[in-house]
Design a protein around this ligand. Sequence first.
Ligand code: SDX
Length: 430
Amino acid sequence: MSENRTATLTIDGNTYEMQVRSPSAGPDVVDIGKLYAQAGVFTHDPGFTSTSSCESKITFIDGDKGELLHRGYPIDQLAEKSHFLEVCYLLLYGDLPSAAELEKFETTITHHTMIHEQMGNFFRGFRRDAHPMAVMVGVVGAMSAFYHDSTDINDPRQREIASHRLIAKMPTIAAWAYKYTIGQPFVYPRNDLDYASNFLRMCFAVPAEEYKVDPILSRAMDRIFTLHADHEQNASTSTVRLASSSGANPFACIAAGIACLWGPAHGGANQACLEMLKEIGSPDRIPEFIARAKDKNDPFRLMGFGHRVYKNHDPRAKVMKESADEVLDLLGIENNPILQVAKELEKQALEDPYFAEKKLFPNVDFYSGIILEAMGFPTSMFTPIFAVSRTVGWVSQWKEQLTDPAMKIGRPRQLYTGETYRDYVEIENR
Ligand code: SDX
């Protein structure tokens, strides 16, 4: 469609024209960048429900169709036919790699998986009962003190090295955060293992015996990484972009993203969802919880349900549900009571008019926790695993923003409804 389309806004009889831009997919956008200069007004959109914050070519979600594309490729095909490091290459560089490009990329990532030996001291400064996300925020933020040679955001080569270091070292940091909380020694990465197998071994191996990675579990782990890799301008990605807009170094920006992901409304939902399923405990208690979720006076929400963008099934949840069945079948716990509660809860919720009317479907977090618990992870490790995966999305979006000519420091305005100008009152006159 032609680019000279305009929208007009009339305020108090004055009319202002704004450019309408057409995307390659999704809704048109009205460019309001000059509105304040022209009309002296702000737009107001808490939660950014109707606001495009940037131009991006990385990921596209069609919420009505329940479609998720990474550089145009649908997530269900990537989950079935690709693997996490290939998806990392796709997100970072814009297209699927040749065999030679993939081998070079995987070799590079594999050889960045160790962390500076002195960083081990950071873990030991935490209490043993620290939440692994607290450890990850701290240790990732501290990376800027150890990898200072890849903090110059204006140097493309340093940006690339920082991206590789973050993708490669996040599994090691997450695994060591876990080992520290359970009082077991850190397990070093191995260069003869693939990304997912390396992570499982660093989490579950002990020096006292050989650890053999089950290929079905590492495939499930790799698929979980693939499904969580990137998701447009979600809260944590927007946090990374906003932090980066000030020129902060990549490690500080990703630490900010980890902090935001931790919230139960976002990446913390997988932990909250499994805790909710355990609290429900049995299918006969489901109606009680569905009633609470529908009660306007009750802040309770069904964790793992609903999404700002998806108003149809989250395509990741569908793949995750298949994976849950495979993993539990392999582990001989296909009759897992939590999975039974989850399946019955999904059935009852989807049949309930409230959820249908509000277009609330299970999201990516609904089934991921069941798989992770079946694999032996404590609930406190669910969001760290999400962070390991989302690191590639964060760094891809971070890199894209740094090369966007329209990029400037993010500085929203506000609707001020506080006190207007007034003079100080001496204490004796109050
Ligand atoms: C992730 O943004 C992303 O892309 C995130 C993510 C990613 O990959 O980065 O997809 C990962 O964060 C998935 C979402 C995980 N969070 C949860 O599962 C927590 C439970 N879900 C809700 O908190 C909620 O659905 C959100 C936060 C996910 C979305 O919130 P919105 O878009 O702001 O929607 P809303 O809160 O305005 O809800 C719309 C209506 C409300 O009712 P009304 O005020 O209109 O009467 O739906 C209701 C809500 O009360 N509602 C729910 C509900 N979610 C929304 N009611 C019961 N249970 C729920 N889960």
